[in-house]
Design a protein around this ligand. Structure first.
Ligand code: OOG
Ligand code: NI
Length: 312
């Protein structure tokens, strides 16, 4: 009896992990198609002999942006990942950007962490709120309710679906002047905002953020310099950097084409915690390193899609 139950639990675990892998693959495939820097960075890493193939890259985390309106936002989107075995962790507040965020720990270390943020729409001006509501008020119930969360193809399609009508460029511009985040989401929706290359396990000479940034700049990639190119947590153990989002040709309502910021790529170095500094490098796993995120780092990283960075 107990054996049987144990087997059943193992099977469920395997199914969920396979599901998570499929969802992740779909996200990464479309992201790679949309963000030319992803393949360009992978190719530069191969050329420089840092890796021999893309599969060797460890994905520290991925990130989504959402709108805080009824039936959407974190509460809706997170259900997909909670179903995949992710666990909700710390909360972060971004007062000036009017954002809430949480991070989610994966069920297996091979899967990336997830960072989901949400715009506090009620704090925006009447004009911005009205625009957002014009697009999102057609959503009268949580769209995740309608999904079979065990069907990876369905989840994949949902994450890359319209959700609301293609915005008019004039609406995008009004939002842009009040919240660059709002403008980004109204067009880009749940498309992956970034994936993150873990640098600490790369070969020597590339395994720190300063070294990896130098490599990126040698190859001509432009880094977010808001608050400096290296964002460091107060404990000194989480270092992050990011490219500035390249522009993509967006088609707005009525076929109007405009270049707007798409997604970007991030880099993270998680240092070994003080208590484990004497441990052999070969024995170091994720659990020995700095976990979680850092609000002050994140606050700057958000700006990778803001004009002050993308128009540099
Ligand atoms: C997320 C920015 C924050 C991090 O790792 O702290 C972040 C975003 O741009 O949506 O990715
Ligand atoms: Ni990030």
């Amino acid at each position: 009896m107990r054996e049987k139950r144990k087997r059943k639990k193992q099977t469920t675990m395997q199914t969920i992990t396979a599901l998570a892998n499929d969802v992740m693959e779909g996200l990464m495939r479309r992201y790679q198609d949309r963000v030319p820097d992803v393949n360009a960075i992978i190719n530069a890493m191969i050329t420089e002999g840092i890796i021999t193939q893309a599969g060797e890259i460890e994905n520290d985390h991925i990130a989504f942006r959402t709108l805080g309106v009824p039936h959407l936002g974190i509460r809706s989107l997170e259900r997909i990942f909670l179903h995949l075995g992710y666990e909700k962790r710390d909360y972060y507040n971004f007062a000036e950007k009017k954002l809430d965020a949480y991070w989610y720990a994966p069920p297996k270390p091979e899967l990336p962490r997830i960072f989901i943020s949400e715009l506090r729409v009620p704090e925006l001006s009447d004009a911005a709120r009205n625009i957002i509501s014009r697009y999102t008020s057609v959503i009268q119930q949580d769209p995740v309710d309608a999904l079979d969360l065990n069907n990876a193809a369905q989840v994949d399609e949902f994450l890359h679906s319209g959700l609301w009508e293609t915005p008019a460029f004039a609406d995008y511009q009004v939002l842009l002047n009040e919240s660059e985040y709002a403008a980004w989401v109204i067009f880009n929706r749940y498309y992956l905002n970034h994936f993150t290359i873990s640098v600490h396990n790369l070969k020597e000479g590339y395994d720190t953020i300063p070294a990896f940034n130098a490599f990126l700049e040698r190859h001509g990639f432009v880094l977010n310099n808001s608050g400096g190119k290296i964002k460091t947590s107060p404990d000194g153990n989480l270092l992050q950097s990011a490219t500035v989002a390249r522009k993509l040709l967006a088609e707005f309502a009525g076929g109007v084409q405009q270049l707007i910021p798409g997604s970007y790529v991030e880099f993270a170095e998680r240092k070994v915690l003080e208590a484990f500094r004497d441990t052999d490098r070969a024995d170091i796993t994720r659990h020995h390193r700095r976990e979680g995120f850092e609000a002050a780092n994140a606050n700057r990283i958000f700006e990778s899609t803001y004009r002050a960075q993308t128009e540099r």
